[in-house]
Design a protein around this ligand. Structure first.
Ligand SMILES: [Fe+2]
Length: 265
């Protein structure tokens, strides 16, 4: 049996790639950041795209793509603490455990204009860091009153707003004692399935940032910071929830980093 790699092994690889990227930047040479095949994030070796992009007819793709239900988005689906689906069915019988939070922000284009009427979907672990998934078996409790999925449409200001529970950090199998910083996964659907963007929002001051190869795969600190929400006291609701603001910029130099599509190079 091989000895599991330690955080020190992973951190040394992270530092080396970061130093290489900074060296190229100093010389004025371009380098793609993050790398699609980022060795410290072990499974990216198998997941990253290795073929050139294939062009396909967008309408044909639409015929075979997943769909997200036939009914309109129910405004109550933005409240993950009540568990109402688009058919107004309530799944929970009580309150979820954890720190109640409001997460809101604006979806903007590169010129700062609001992107209206966009489907924003989120998914996340519960406050104990556990997802409801058959491959997720670490010994943290499931919460019968929390499924961790929600969605809403942006308004005329491009704003989305979710009521949820602060997710916990969770262990993963990248290396010995690997833990993900607390995060919420975001999907922006766009106007067609081929435009869908996916990324993760983090919480300020997380002690795991320095150790996490997914967060660290982005070597530019400004781009990393764009993935971290800001505590916003105006969003906090008295006697109810803490508020976090996180804007998503789709294009331009301040663009929020999103996960590469399978066909991206
Ligand atoms: Fe996650």
């Amino acid at each position: 049996m091989t000895t599991p790699e330690t955080q020190a092994d992973i951190s040394a690889e992270i530092d080396k790639i970061k130093a290489d990227a900074e060296g190229l930047a100093k010389e004025g040479k371009p380098s793609r950041q993050p790398l699609l095949d980022y060795p410290p994030y072990r499974s990216s070796a198998l997941r990253h795209p290795t073929k050139d992009p294939r062009h396909a007819d967008p309408e044909t793709i639409e015929l075979w793509s997943p769909c997200f239900g036939h009914s309109d988005v129910n405004p109550l689906e933005a409240d993950l603490t009540i568990g109402v689906d688009s058919s107004w069915n309530t799944q929970f019988t009580g309150e979820p455990i954890g720190e109640r939070i409001t997460v809101s922000g604006r979806v903007l284009d590169g010129e700062g204009r609001p992107v209206r009427n966009q489907l924003v979907e989120i998914w996340q672990a519960n406050s104990a860091g556990r997802y409801i998934h058959k491959h997720e078996q670490h010994p943290a409790p499931l919460d019968p009153n929390f499924t961790g999925v929600g969605r809403c449409l942006t308004d005329d200001e491009g704003r989305y707003r979710f009521q949820t529970i602060k997710p916990g950090p969770y262990p993963w199998g990248n290396h010995l004692n690997a833990w993900r910083p607390a995060h919420i996964h975001f999907s922006l659907f766009g106007r067609a399935f081929t435009q869908r963007l996916i990324t993760q929002m983090y919480f300020p001051g997380d002690p795991l940032f320095a150790l996490d190869p997914i967060y660290q795969s982005i070597t530019d600190q400004k781009a990393r910071d764009a993935l971290v929400a800001t505590y916003d006291h105006d969003l906090s609701v008295p006697e109810y929830s803490m508020g976090y603001n996180w804007d998503i910029v789709l294009t331009g130099p301040s663009r929020t980093w999103t996960e590469p599509e399978e066909n991206d190079k």
